[in-house]
Design a protein around this ligand. Structure first.
Ligand SMILES: NC(=O)c1ccc[n+]([C@@H]2O[C@H](COP(=O)([O-])OP(=O)(O)OC[C@H]3O[C@@H](n4cnc5c(N)ncnc54)[C@H](OP(=O)(O)O)[C@@H]3O)[C@@H](O)[C@H]2O)c1
Length: 239
């Protein structure tokens, strides 16, 4: 039996992950997020606002006696407010950093607290990164910063895994490419004075250059299943 903890299953890529994974009755999915949109015998949901780091810190991963593999997919994310630094609302800035970076790090810590000594259990962490982790985009300061932080936290776990010889652990931080979700709607409707690449994203959509959430989820799941690479940060577009 395989257990998948996935944040942000209400829509977009997270919903596609859950739907794909639930096609196999050997899989259980535990969604984590503000809203539950899935009804399935093998799905359960933990209501949690990832902006609320005090509540996130209290979240405990379960003991799954029959599990062969346990997976954490830190998928939930927000672009936050698209605006230049100096004009940002501080509450929105802090929220975006909490949702995209602080809460995923706390969840990774709690995940490894629960499972790191389980020698025979396969343990996989997939963080949904972005090309914005390694390229600065104007107006996206909180988003770029949080994804860069997520990459580095993942790299450190990978190095600790080697030093402490943690068995059966794989960790990835993968940029998925441009996906047709609500996040892209927000990008295309941004004001040009807050983000000067709006036209590029509108063109990409008009040219049919966006991936569907389902095809992205399928490719990412195949990537973490079959990857022989020790690279933590990867870009699905180069796979
Ligand atoms: N779309 C793209 O082109 C693209 C490109 C690169 C990377 N990504 C990454 O892919 C991941 C999925 O994004 P998406 O495109 O599927 O975006 P999306 O359609 O906007 O979905 C975002 C998900 O995150 C959840 N979420 C947001 N704020 C939350 C909070 N405070 N607490 C709990 N859950 C929260 C949302 O749930 P609620 O129902 O609670 O709002 C939703 O399920 C993100 O990490 C994003 O950065 C996307």
């Amino acid at each position: 039996m395989n257990i998948y903890y996935i944040t942000g299953t209400s829509r977009g890529l997270g919903l596609a992950f859950a739907e794909e994974i639930l096609k196999d009755e050997n899989n259980l999915v535990i969604g984590i997020g503000r809203q539950c949109e899935i009804e399935h015998a093998n799905y359960s949901h933990k209501r949690l606002d990832l902006a609320d780091t005090v509540e996130v810190a209290k979240f405990r991963f379960g003991q799954h006696q029959k599990a062969d593999k346990v997976v954490l997919i830190n998928n939930a994310g927000t672009l936050g407010e698209i605006k230049y630094v100096g004009g940002l609302d501080n509450k929105e800035l802090v929220n975006a950093l909490h949702i995209n970076l602080v809460s995923p790090c706390v969840l990774m810590n709690n995940f490894l607290t629960a499972y790191r000594n389980e020698q025979n259990l396969e343990k996989v962490i997939l963080n949904i990164s972005s090309g914005a982790a390694v390229n600065p985009y104007d107006g996206w300061s909180a988003y770029c910063t949080s994804k860069a932080g997520l990459n580095m936290f993942s790299e450190v776990i990978s190095s600790e895994k080697e030093i402490a010889k943690i068995r059966g652990l794989k960790i990835f931080s993968i940029a998925p490419g441009v996906i047709e979700t609500a996040m892209q709607d927000q990008i295309r409707t941004a004001d040009k004075k807050d983000f000067n690449q709006v036209d590029r994203f509108v063109e990409l959509k008009n040219e049919g250059g966006l991936q569907s959430p389902t095809e992205t989820a399928v490719r990412l799941l195949a990537m973490i299943e079959n990857s022989r690479s020790n690279e933590v940060y990867q870009d699905l577009r180069n796979a």
